[in-house]
Design a protein around this ligand. Structure first.
Ligand code: ADP
Ligand code: MG
Ligand code: MG
Ligand code: MG
Ligand code: MG
Ligand code: MG
Length: 702
């Protein structure tokens, strides 16, 4: 579970003084990695998912659902059993479903920011074989069962993005602690809500100190028919005077019509679904990073699952901006509220935000797609280029390195170790962008990786597997067909904002590239599939990449993309003008050898994605909204009270339990469930077939 080494964490004013040293050493470590690994070739096409859980205590007859703060105890129990299992003797873990892939080691559990959270990853990354895609869902179900097996009877791991009642007045954690502690200084949540490892409370406290006030996580309230206009968040205490930060609320931090939250836990206490891909080499990694970037907002809207905060319905559907604000460490000068005096630059975005630049060497990357106002540290860029890095990648890192490191351990500043990457990772891992370019770590055989980070966690493992596998297939189709998703990076930012709207998946339009295919179709064959052919196919792919000359002037950039609905982007435009991601994935699957069983399971996943995009099925956010609206205790005043929360969490637990036991949902009687999940139970041969507007002819090749 990778516990971080303990040490003396510097408080903010001290940490600030050492920031330059961390950056300087971080850049030296980065150049060391770069020089060692830039020529790394033929790494395997591995990938892995990360699933995050909330741990709640729930009993049927007790009205109050609480967040369990037993993360450390649960992880300890898991780690002890994992060790026993490795030695081959642990009854608790042996009684697992037989569909568990025999070769795959047990899942791994990790701590997270919230002391009520867990993260689980597969025991080892998934490989290139299509068959392996069938192992993902059983492995996710196994993780849920193992996690549950190491909890108290009343505790459950659930995959909701946020706990609907985090920060409500009174008790919402088990055990209860009063708010307004010295680290977070939050009116609503206690310091004990964060993982107690010194790194986490220090992260929260130093973000607050650097900012010069508490973070402001304000979400517009959803105005229902009985919600007062204007609406004042009734939980805000304007009288409190324990910390200087209590003035924030009096100084306008809690505007009308917004649900007001004031601590890192409101954002970093959210759960998501992340996918990491290993590329065969750095060039392919850079290509994947760029090409997956424009898909970020689309997948955020498609996975929307966050309609409630602090006991109120929100007028947004996703978690993204709330996390962004919850860790926004920018000072008033950096925010542009005061003239620059002590700080070096104005910074338009939080350190948690959509990514701001492209990094590929792909000649299709036009200058116009980049942001001319990207803030970078020119000295760092020069150092990287002096060290041999090309300008484009140096620009990316010089952008990440405009940030200060937030948590610095005194012990780490004694001596620079170039065999480590700790100082580089300090900055890199606190730049929470929707894509992350992960260089090989110092000491093992891992390659260049790209992480896709925007997706919201889904309630069931079926859905989590579906979205993970979909991203894998899109990525493979993208590499195989050499697809081009480029749009100006600023448009990706705009899309990220649009993804927040209620039902954005159906109601918003998103900027998307009209023609995804290369000018000269370079290959219709896959670089994946039979391991034996892989090398030869890779060579073919490489030469296709090289033979592609710099794109001719072509269209003005603005004509390369259009505003499309997610239905059009995913399922294709009904006028045939745009093929759609699911049909592209289908064509890709047609071009490779996939056995019938695998193809059938993949069709079920693609069907879920397709129906979510078309509106035939609801997002989790829409399902939760409808569940609340139909609840007898809901007064259409935006308030999500104890009894509604109880029944919602009860429903989510029931769904999760049935699912991980491989049973259907018959008889559960949960409001709106068929519109969330459709009728996919019963596996292949059911109604999992193709629903999208399939177009066979758009490749013109077959
Ligand atoms: P982080 O939290 O830093 O994003 P984690 O260690 O939690 O990273 O895991 C990220 C995912 O990457 C996991 O699913 C893991 O299985 C997967 N993974 C590990 N090694 C590789 C690799 N070489 N290539 C691709 N994925 C990998
Ligand atoms: Mg992780
Ligand atoms: Mg992590
Ligand atoms: Mg995580
Ligand atoms: Mg005061
Ligand atoms: Mg991750």
């Amino acid at each position: 579970m990778g516990l971080l080494a303990l040490g003396t964490a510097l408080e903010w004013p001290e940490a600030k003084k050492r920031a330059g040293q961390v950056r300087e050493w971080g850049i030296k470590q980065l150049l060391e990695i770069w020089n060692k690994a830039k020529g790394k070739e033929r790494d395997a096409m591995l990938w892995g998912d990360e699933v995050e859980y909330l741990v709640v205590t729930y009993t049927e007859d007790q009205q109050k659902v609480l967040l369990s703060l037993r993360q450390a105890e649960i992880l300890q129990a898991l780690a002890a059993d994992q060790k026993l299992a490795e030695e081959g003797c642990v009854p608790a873990l042996q009684d697992q479903p037989t569909h568990k892939a025999k070769s795959n080691p047990l899942p791994v559990f990790h701590p997270e920011f919230g002391r009520f959270m867990l993260e689980a990853t597969p025991g080892k990354p998934w490989g290139i074989e299509f068959k392996e895609l069938l192992g993902v869902e059983p492995d996710m179900k196994l993780r849920r069962r193992i996690a549950k097996d190491h909890m108290l009877a009343k505790e459950y791991p659930i995959t909701l993005t946020t706990f609907p009642q985090i920060g409500v007045p009174g008790q919402f954690t088990d055990p209860h602690y009063p708010p307004s502690g010295p680290r977070l200084r939050s009116q609503f949540v206690p310091d004990e809500i964060a993982n107690p490892h010194i790194r986490f409370p220090t992260l929260a406290a130093n973000i607050r100190s650097r900012r010069g006030r508490k973070v402001q996580v304000n979400v517009p309230v959803f105005h229902d028919k009985n919600t007062p206009i204007p609406w004042t968040d009734p939980t805000v205490n304007f009288e409190l005077d324990k910390w200087p930060e209590d003035d924030d609320e009096r100084n306008g931090a809690a505007p009308k019509d917004f649900i007001h939250m004031d601590a890192m836990a409101f954002g970093m206490g959210s759960c998501c679904l992340q996918i990491t891909f290993q590329a065969k080499n750095i060039t392919e990694g850079r290509q994947m990073y760029d090409q997956l970037s424009p898909l970020g907002p689309i997948m955020l809207a498609l996975t929307a699952a966050t309609p409630v905060y602090k006991g109120f319905l929100a007028n947004t559907d996703v978690r993204w901006n709330q996390i962004s604000r919850a860790v926004d460490c920018r000072t008033p000068e950096e925010l542009g509220e005061k003239p620059l005096k002590n700080d070096r630059w104005r910074i338009p975005k939080s350190r948690y935000a959509s990514n701001s630049t492209y990094i590929s060497t792909d000649p299709r990357l036009r200058e116009e797609y980049l942001d001319p106002d990207l803030v970078i540290d020119p000295d760092i860029k020069a150092q990287l280029m002096d060290g041999g890095m090309d300008e484009r990648l140096a620009t990316h890192f010089a952008h990440l390195f405009i940030r200060d490191p937030i948590v610095i351990f005194e012990e780490d500043l004694k001596e620079l170790d170039l065999n480590k990457t700790d100082h580089f990772e300090n900055i890199q891992s606190t730049n929470w962008q929707h894509m992350r370019f992960k260089p090989p770590p110092a000491e093992n055989n891992i390659g260049w990786r790209v992480e896709f980070r925007p997706m919201e966690i889904q309630i069931t493992d079926f859905e989590n597997a579906a979205f993970s596998v979909f991203m894998v297939l899109v990525t493979r189709a993208m590499l195989s067909f050499d697809l081009n998703f480029y749009i100006p990076i600023k448009r990706v930012d705009e899309n990220m904002e649009r993804a927040h709207a209620v039902d954005a998946v159906l109601k918003e339009k998103f900027y998307f590239r009209k023609n995804l295919f290369p000018l000269r179709p370079s290959r219709t064959n896959t670089v994946f599939g039979d391991e034996g052919q892989q090398q030869q196919q890779q060579q073919r792919a490489d030469s296709a990449m090289q033979s592609r000359s710099a794109s001719p002037p072509g269209l003005p950039v603005e004509e390369e993309y259009a505003e499309m609905t997610i239905d059009e982007i995913v399922n294709g435009a009904s006028d045939g003008g745009f093929p759609g991601l699911v049909p592209i994935v289908e064509s890709y699957l047609d071009s490779v050898n996939v056995d019938v069983e695998t193809r059938c399971q993949l069709a079920t996943y693609l069907s879920l994605i397709s129906k979510r995009a078309s509106g035939e099925l609801d997002t989790a956010a829409r399902w939760i909204r409808n569940f609340i609206a139909a609840h007898p205790q809901y007064h259409h005043d935006s308030v999500v009270d104890d009894s509604i929360t109880h029944d919602l969490i009860g429903a989510v637990i029931a769904i999760g339990e049935r699912e991980s036991a491989g049973k259907d949902f018959a008889g559960l009687g949960i409001h709106g469930l068929p519109r969330l999940l459709g009728h996919f139970r019963g596996g292949c041969g059911g109604s999992g077939g193709a629903q999208w507007r399939k177009r066979e002819h758009f490749f013109g090749s077959s």
